[in-house]
Design a protein around this ligand. Structure first.
Ligand code: NAP
Length: 240
């Protein structure tokens, strides 16, 4: 473990989609810096750490999310940080997008994040302290052909987060959005790599994201010092 830092030391963080990809990186980052983590995922845990607790849950199912929070309450009296990271991406032209895939994206990427945020806020209000961080995408700014609904769910996170930021401000809970650019994960691997390469080459900062690019903004939003930062969206790579 790296030395505990002031951001995560003594804090309990909930990370959705912690079994792999960006969610796993974030969960391990928090654990490495002295925090405790509850991870949500549909499958079994892939992280072994004394301060990690895994809850198997499909966040697209609102009733299942409510049941999962009964387990979160057993892990700690207070929940401090939530990272709404879990998402699915089914890239298709609108006219051929299967309805079930369309519903899956809305139910996971937007409704799932909403349910997790509202249940988390009910816990955070007990200690009048909280940080909700939504993971969005460069797709919002780039509006790529074939990504209509995925991009819309991610744009929806900003709108949802900005309204929740106002609702939760009296409880000292901030809500911010981190829109990330392309980073090597299972999600990225399912896309045509030549097309992604072109998109990355066209970014103002034309490179793939590294884990530390994500941790940098995550740490900023999660910090005690960011109590006056809410309803903000930061894009990596210069997208806007
Ligand atoms: N990778 C990129 O280039 C990129 C770019 C921009 C934005 N993003 C965003 O970054 C975040 C992470 O993406 P990633 O690339 O790490 O994706 P990924 O490799 O596909 O991983 C997605 C994670 O979400 C979980 N998940 C999906 N549906 C779920 C559900 N219904 N309930 C619970 N967990 C669920 C998966 O867990 P299980 O399937 O194991 O349950 C998995 O751990 C997403 O919000 C994505 O939109 C990624």
């Amino acid at each position: 473990m790296t030395a505990p830092n002031s951001v995560y030391g003594g804090k309990l963080a909930l990370v959705t989609g912690s079994r792999r990809g960006v969610g796993r990186l974030i969960a391990e980052h928090v654990l490495d810096h002295g925090g405790r983590v509850v991870g949500f995922g549909r499958g079994e845990s892939t992280i072994e750490h004394p301060e990690y607790h895994h809850v198997q849950v499909d966040i697209a199912d609102p009733a299942a999310v409510q049941r999962a929070f009964a387990e979160v309450k057993q892990v700690g009296d207070a929940l401090h940080i939530v990272v709404n990271n879990a998402a699915v991406l089914t890239s298709q032209y609108s006219m051929i997008m299967p309805p079930a895939a369309a519903a899956g994206m809305v139910n996971t990427n937007l409704l799932g994040a909403f349910m997790v945020s509202r249940e988390a806020a009910k816990l955070m209000r007990r200690s009048k302290w909280g940080r909700i961080i939504n993971i969005s995408s460069m797709a919002v700014g780039l509006e790529p052909i074939g990504d209509s609904l995925y991009a819309a769910t991610k744009a929806g996170l900003t709108t949802m987060g900005n309204v929740m930021a106002k609702e939760l401000a009296p409880l000292n809970i901030t809500v911010n959005t981190l829109a990330i650019s392309a980073i090597a994960t299972d999600m990225l691997a399912q896309l045509p790599q030549d097309k992604i390469g072109e998109v990355v080459a066209g970014l103002p900062l034309p490179r793939y994201a590294e884990p530390d690019d994500i941790f940098n903004v995550l740490d900023f939003f999660a910090s005690e010092r960011s109590s006056y930062i809410t309803a903000q969206t930061i894009y990596l790579g210069g997208v806007n």
